[in-house]
Design a protein around this ligand. Structure first.
Ligand code: HAM
Length: 430
């Protein structure tokens, strides 16, 4: 579990702002659900025999009533629960997005944390490949607005897991195959051979790698409808020119999926290279008590996303501060506090240095604050009713604005005019 420190928080905020804008721009509405749900929701929704439910959930008993509760390890089951509970699809399909912390008791390593954040989308009531293609386009737009170019784009892999019936015949074929290697299986896989053979395919044990690679593939068990669905999606992706690879080994680690599943991977992430994963889950809403509702969604891991953005180092985070106020002594410090409050009344963003540091240290802080201007409060100037205002940002130096002594009552006007001028000059340059 990580602290998010001020040195990174601007990058996080900027990323959050851009991702939310894309979600809203495609007509998705925000939903927020509690961090804690009944354990049973995840156990049934994600699947009893999955890594998440077997090993990774933070579950506890509520001593007041004996309920078993769990910190959400993911949000799809919780959103489906909210959709059923509030009958959100009574008036037709619903497109929802969410953002927030998830919790999994995993072995910590780069890109794998016990509290991590996900941005996600869940669309309810859409059964065709159109919603799938649209979400994949949306994700590729997110990469673009975050400054990824063609060379640094994550790679899209897709697969089709068929219908429940098709998966049943596939499962029995897998049991035959892995039974032939029974003694080479680890204890988890031996157990899963009986309970959920599909889960052997996403085992993290490297010794099973070759055996899994050569195992029978779901694609040989797909019926005509599943193939048509997959072809429909591929056609739409081709029409727009979004490149992808079909990965027949991809099963995803959660049991609720059917038909299309997908992952986006990025090489710079090391072993935890999946930055986004999702797929179709047409049976989940009904399983948790709603009426049959087709659904499709995905989640992006925020920590992994920030890891890549930091490596690329080309996402600009702009400061919101217009003015940083420094002082030359006790008397002017007091004055500066009241002055700043008056300036804020004009809608400007002001940070006052209320420390007892000397002027050199205060000026250093002003420079690092990202503010556009610094106002220097000195006792003698104050007696004349003036303050020294000096530009700090490069944009302002470009505009040849120099240090100036400005009457206190016109400082706000002066700053507003300067900011407007800079914006105008920027537009002219473009
Ligand atoms: P997931 O593949 O378990 O899917 O997680 C999605 C993304 O969350 C991963 O690709 C990864 O970027 C990030 N992630 C997962 N576990 C961790 C971790 N321990 N530390 C850091 N990042 C992590 C789901 O959660 C599904 N609910 C996605 C979905 C939505 N499917 C349909 N709708």
């Amino acid at each position: 579990m990580n602290d998010l420190l001020p040195s990174s928080s601007k990058l996080w905020s900027e990323t959050e702002k851009r991702v939310k804008a894309v979600f809203e721009g495609y007509g998705y509405d925000e939903i927020r659900t509690p961090i804690v749900e009944h354990t049973d929701l995840f156990a049934r929704g994600i699947g009893q025999v999955t890594d998440i439910v077997e090993k990774e959930m933070y579950s506890f008993v509520d001593h007041l009533n004996g309920d078993s509760l769990t910190l959400r390890p993911e949000n799809t089951a919780a959103i489906a629960r909210a959709v059923v509970e509030h009958n959100l699809i009574y008036s037709g399909p619903k497109k929802l997005w969410y953002y927030g912390p998830m919790f999994r008791h995993e072995r910590p390593q780069r890109g794998r944390y016990r509290q991590f954040n996900q941005f996600g989308i869940e669309a309810f009531g859409f059964d065709g490949p159109e919603i799938e293609a649209e979400q994949l386009f949306l994700i590729s737009r997110i990469w673009k607005v975050l400054g990824f170019d063609l060379l640094s784009m994550p790679r899209l892999e897709i697969n089709c897991l068929g219908s429940r019936q098709e998966r049943e015949s596939y499962k029995s074929n897998l049991v035959d195959y892995f039974s032939g290697y029974f003694n080479d299986l680890d204890s988890d896989s031996k157990r899963r051979l009986k309970s959920n053979p599909l889960r052997i395919l996403d085992s993290k044990n490297p010794n099973l790698g070759d055996m899994i690679m050569e195992s029978p593939k779901m694609s040989s068990f797909l019926g005509a409808n599943s193939k048509l669905h997959m072809d429909g999606l591929c056609e739409l992706l081709d029409d727009f020119g979004l490149s992808y690879k079909i990965n027949l080994n991809m099963v995803r680690g959660l049991d609720y999926y059917n038909l299309t599943v997908f992952e986006w991977k990025h090489d710079s992430l090391g072993s935890q290279s999946t930055i986004c994963g999702g797929g179709r889950y047409d049976g989940l809403v009904e399983m948790i008590g709603g009426k049959p509702t087709p659904a499709f969604g995905f989640a992006i891991g925020m920590e992994r996303l920030i890891d890549i953005i930091k490596q690329q180092d080309n996402l600009e985070t702009s400061s919101v501060l217009d003015l940083y106020v420094v002082h030359l002594g006790e008397k002017s410090k007091k004055k500066s506090i009241v002055f700043a409050e008056e300036i804020r009344n004009s809608g400007l963003q002001v940070k006052v240095d209320v420390s007892n540091s000397n002027i050199k240290t205060q000026m250093k802080r002003a420079g690092a604050s990202g503010a556009a201007f610094v106002a220097i409060f000195g006792d003698s100037e104050l007696e004349l009713g003036c303050v020294t205002v000096r530009p700090l940002s490069l944009d302002l130096n470009d505009n040849k604005l120099l240090q100036k002594s400005v009457p206190l009552e016109t400082v706000a006007e002066f700053l507003l005019d300067s900011v407007k001028n800079i914006e105008r000059n920027k537009c002219e340059k473009i």
